[in-house]
Structure formats: C-alpha cells, structure tokens
Write a protein that binds this ligand. Structure first.
Ligand code: FES
Length: 109
C-alpha cells in the first residue's frame, strides 16, 4: 500500500481531460468524487445499479477482474461498450485512463 497512481478522466462534453492522483486501493468512483468529478452512483457503490459506468481507455489490465454481477449490470447500462466497467468496482492498482459518459441520462445523484 502507499503507492499512488494517476487516473486520467476524459469527461463527456468537456474538452480538457482531468488527471488526478489516487491512492492504491481506492476505486475509480472514489477518484472521481474525491476530485469533484461528477459520476453517478445511485446504488451507493455496491454493484447494484449501472449509473457509475465508465469506459476504460487504458489500463484495463490493472483492474480487478469483472464479476458476474458487474457484467449483469453493465448489460443494463446506457450505451454499454466492450470496455465498460462499473467505477465503484474498479479498485486502482495502476495508472488508468477512462471516459465518463454523459451523466445527464441518469436521475438521482
Ligand atoms: S454505484 Fe451502483 S454499481 Fe457502482
């Protein structure tokens, strides 16, 4: 523990990406919220919704393997892609670059 990594967020409708430092063991959702980057998490980060969906542009191999539950919810997400992950399930242990899709399609927070 104690390592820090860089997460680069490419944000829908925002021209400039945002790079943040993240502690090993945090999730991608933590990384976004700790840095005031808006990312929905309607189920409270327990892998029971799909609103925290992001697309992994680089570093998929550093993330934990996808669980069956995560896969199920990605199937129900808005515009899922082959590189979709649920940010609350992605524990960071390396540098990652992700795209945050349009958040206006979700209600709640
Ligand atoms: S916040 Fe609901 S699955 Fe991530």
């Amino acid at each position: 523990m104690g390592n820090t990594y860089t997460v680069k967020f490419n944000i829908y409708n925002q021209t400039t990406p945002v790079s943040v430092n993240v502690r090993e063991g945090d999730t991608l959702l933590d990384a976004a919220l700790d840095n005031n980057i808006s990312l929905h998490h309607n189920c409270g980060a327990v892998c029971a919704c799909s609103t925290c969906q992001v697309y992994i542009d680089h570093g998929m191999n550093t993330l934990p393997e996808i669980s069956d539950a995560e896969e199920d919810f990605i199937d129900r997400a808005v515009a899922p892609k082959i590189n979709s992950r649920l940010a609350c399930q992605c524990i960071i242990s390396g540098d990652v670059e992700v795209t945050i899709p349009d958040q206006s399609v979700h209600l709640g927070h």
